[in-house]
Structures are given as C-alpha cells and as structure tokens.
Design a binder for this molecule. Sequence first.
Ligand SMILES: NC(=O)c1ccc[n+]([C@@H]2O[C@H](COP(=O)([O-])OP(=O)(O)OC[C@H]3O[C@@H](n4cnc5c(N)ncnc54)[C@H](OP(=O)(O)O)[C@@H]3O)[C@@H](O)[C@H]2O)c1
Length: 285
Amino acid sequence: MMETLKEGAVALVTGSSSGFGMLTCVELALRGFVVIAGIRRMETQAKLMEAAEQAGVSSRIHTTQLDVTNDAEVQQAAVYIWNRYGRLDVLINNAGTAYGGFIEEVPAEVWEEQMNTNFHGMVHVTQAVLPLMRKQGKGRIIQVSSISGRIGFPGYGPYASSKFAVEGFSECLALEVKSFGIDVVMVEPGAYGTPIWDKGFTQMSTTPGSPYQRMLDKVLAFSRKSAQQGGNPEEVARLVAHIACIKRPSFRYALPRSTRLTIGAKALMPARLFQRILASVLERS
Ligand SMILES: NC(=O)c1ccc[n+]([C@@H]2O[C@H](COP(=O)([O-])OP(=O)(O)OC[C@H]3O[C@@H](n4cnc5c(N)ncnc54)[C@H](OP(=O)(O)O)[C@@H]3O)[C@@H](O)[C@H]2O)c1
C-alpha cells in the first residue's frame, strides 16, 4: 500500500531508548513526523540521539521523560504534547519488558512488574491520549504486541499473559474508538535481536530442586537460539512507520513469515495437536 509522507504530523513512541522504539523514532522522523520519544531514564537517550544524528533527523526527534508505570509522567507527557504541538496523530505503545519463569515459581512481584509495564502502563498512556485524539477527530494507535500475545509457550507465562492482555484490550479499544476516527493496529513480532532478552528473560531461574529444572534448560536453549536467529529489528521499525503512514492499515501484522505461519497453524489445528507440536519443538531444543 502507498505511503504518504507525514510532514509535521506528531507521533509519540514509548520505550524509545533502544530496540524497536529507538529505530521506529528514526523511521518516523525520516517520513516527516515530529517524534516525541518517551524515555524512562533520560540518561539512556544518547543512543537514540546518535542514531537520529546519523540519519540526519535529530531536529525532528524530541525526547521526553516517560516511565509508562508513572501516572504523573504519563499525564505530563499528554499535556506537554497538547500544549506544545496541539495535535497527536500517532501513538506507538512500544515500551515493554520480558520476564520468564515457570508459573508456579514466578514471584508475585515479577508478575506485578510485568503486567504494570506491558499492560497497565500501556492502558494509562492510551487513556491519557484518547481525549486529544477524540478532540481532533482522528488518530492511530499502534500496539507493539508479540507472537507471545497469540501463542503461549512454557517459561513465557508472565510475558505471554501481559501480551494476551494487550491483544484483548486492543480488540475492545478498536471497536470503542472507531466512530471517533481513531484507528487501532496490532504489530506481532516473533523473535528479533534487540536488547530485551538480555535484560531479564535469559536470567530466569528455578528454585533449588525445582521439578521444572529440565524444562528450564530446554526453554533457555530455545530462547537463546530464537534471540540469536532473530530477525533484524529494522524490519519491525520500518513496518510500524509504514503503518503510521498508510490510509487503511489492516488490524494485525505478524512478522516475520515464520510467525505468520505459526499463528496460522494454531488457528487451523486442533489445540491439542498444536500443543504436542510446541512440546516437541521444545524437546528438540
Ligand atoms: N525483541 C523481540 O524479539 C520482541 C518480539 C515481540 C515483541 N517485542 C516487543 O517490542 C517492544 C519493544 O521491545 P524491544 O525488543 O525493542 O526491547 P528493548 O530494546 O529492551 O526496548 C524496550 C524499551 O522499553 C522501555 N521500557 C521498559 N520499561 C519501561 C517503562 N516502565 N516505561 C517506559 N519505558 C520502558 C525500555 O527502556 P529501558 O532502556 O529504560 O529499559 C526500552 O526503551 C516490547 O513491547 C516487546 O515486548 C519484542
């Protein structure tokens, strides 16, 4: 589908210090957007500004302090955008963390932390910008979900639960805001080589003498292999920026092709057969 340049349109990207968020800021700026890059720790903004400098778009990217779990910062960011720019064309709910572990053993605080960032944080940012988008009678919200929002896998309980929540939320939201001219789009990447996996997921552990120890070894081997063989994160950033620019995007975009095929297989197969296949994939790791 044809992209149109978005000269002067305003986009807010959460989680812009690295990975998809950082690359998406640059891709959007290259397409003419003024980008508000939400950063939770301002001391980490150098990498983004370096990438923007290299692409020749640093004048179009403005960073703002935004921890999505901090309500005051979420409100401040929305007020700042409205006062400074008077418009918000696109919100990209990208900020996220990934925690793994076996459901029986994952401590309550890890469940809370996972849901706070990937789900509640995303809910609050969305709620904060909806009044602006409704006032202007248009807007697009792009949700960075995951293959883990469509398919559960052993050891991925906290992360998959948070992304399944994002999926349900987004299906409801799309129907609620359509009549206000606001569009919701899901992006569902498989494994890509960003820093997310090193920040916590691959450090998952079991309790001493755990009955899950053998499965943990398999899950870690599977996850390391997926991260190493993961695609180029640029591909996701380019897709997100493309979706921000086209007239009538689809509701869901899964990538790469192997992710589309896996999601398609789940939809077609009896659930027990699909579970047996997942178990055998893990066994072979
Ligand atoms: N990489 C993959 O294979 C993959 C696959 C499917 C979906 N995803 C999704 O893609 C999104 C981006 O992840 P990524 O892979 O690009 O990883 P990443 O490089 O670790 O980026 C995650 C970003 O989110 C930020 N963040 C974390 N907690 C935050 C909070 N409370 N408030 C604001 N920002 C916060 C991080 O900031 P800090 O630098 O401060 O930590 C970082 O900027 C996530 O939603 C993730 O679930 C990733």
